[in-house]
Design a protein around this ligand. Structure first.
Ligand code: ADP
Length: 264
């Protein structure tokens, strides 16, 4: 990848093919839309094919370039196929946002082995497989690449009922550093973005599991120094910055986009 030049313009993604997993909703959908607006051809990948197609259609209707892919990121063959199909449709892949995720909110003593495995398989194994196959793909094509993994406030700070989720997100943040070090010389950057509480299907399912969802939202908002929950677009901006050449000297970083949650 060429080196970024300091610029007063928005970091652009022209000429890049970027895959966003979990691209059918929330942070992933916002990232897919923003990457397309900044010039990337976007592979919108999700286990829920219909939602991926919806986001693809929105991008195309707005004049962008996108393809919809169905993938279970916990399955290695699926992940390899996702990258191959995207490259075939849109050109060699030089950006990947490993964002697909599931959340389990349960007290440690009630967390089942199935809860634990599901969280680790989708979140941590999914990111591992995405990184592994994107590095292989970049090598095959002799290209650099930028990977962004979705971390969380839960990767850095304890929260009630997040044993499995926190472990999976902590794994992602450390995996990110590991990959950054191992592949920097090949022009492959790997960073993570750690969202605070952001309006999304994951958050809605957490709030819905609480006795009083509105009160739970208020409590959650108050834990962020900015006093509110974030928007997916605010996280997407960080994702797209780290994908762009303007971030060419940034690798192994974990950028918290959490309204100050982990600062206090
Ligand atoms: P966020 O806003 O944090 O991205 P969402 O719940 O809105 O949270 O998005 C998570 C996305 O990940 C959903 O679109 C969901 O369908 C997708 N997803 C969940 N599990 C998998 C999986 N195993 N493979 C691919 N995508 C998945």
């Amino acid at each position: 990848m060429r080196q970024g030049q300091p610029s007063v313009q928005t970091p652009q993604l022209d000429g890049r093919t970027v895959i966003v997993t979990g691209g059918g909703s929330g942070i992933g959908a916002a990232t897919a839309r923003l990457a397309a607006r900044r010039g990337a051809a976007v592979g919108v990948a999700d286990i829920d094919r219909a939602s991926a197609e919806e986001v693809r259609d929105e991008i195309v209707a707005a004049g962008g370039t996108a393809a919809a892919l169905s993938v279970d990121v916990s399955q290695e063959a699926d992940v390899a196929r996702m990258i191959a199909e995207t490259a075939e449709a849109l050109g060699p892949v030089t950006g990947l946002v490993n964002n697909a995720g599931v959340i389990v909110t349960r007290a440690l003593v009630d967390t089942t082995v199935e809860d634990w495995d599901r969280c680790l398989q989708v979140n941590a194994r999914g990111a591992f497989l995405g990184c592994k196959h994107l590095v292989r793909h970049a090598r095959e094509h002799g290209l650099g690449a930028a990977i962004v993994n979705t971390g969380s406030i839960s990767a850095l700070a304890g929260q009630d009922g997040q044993a499995a989720y926190a472990a999976s997100k902590g794994a992602i943040v450390q995996l990110t550093r590991q990959i950054a070090g191992e592949h920097a010389a090949e022009g492959i950057r790997c960073n993570s973005v750690g969202p605070g509480s952001v309006r999304s299907a994951v958050l809605d399912s957490f709030l819905g599991s609480q006795e009083d969802p509105a009160a739970a939202e208020q409590t959650l908002a108050a834990t962020h120094p900015v006093g509110r929950i974030g928007d997916p677009e605010e996280v997407a901006a960080a994702m797209c910055f780290l994908l762009a050449d303007e971030a060419s000297f940034i690798t192994g970083a974990n950028l918290q986009v959490d309204g100050g949650y982990t600062a206090v």
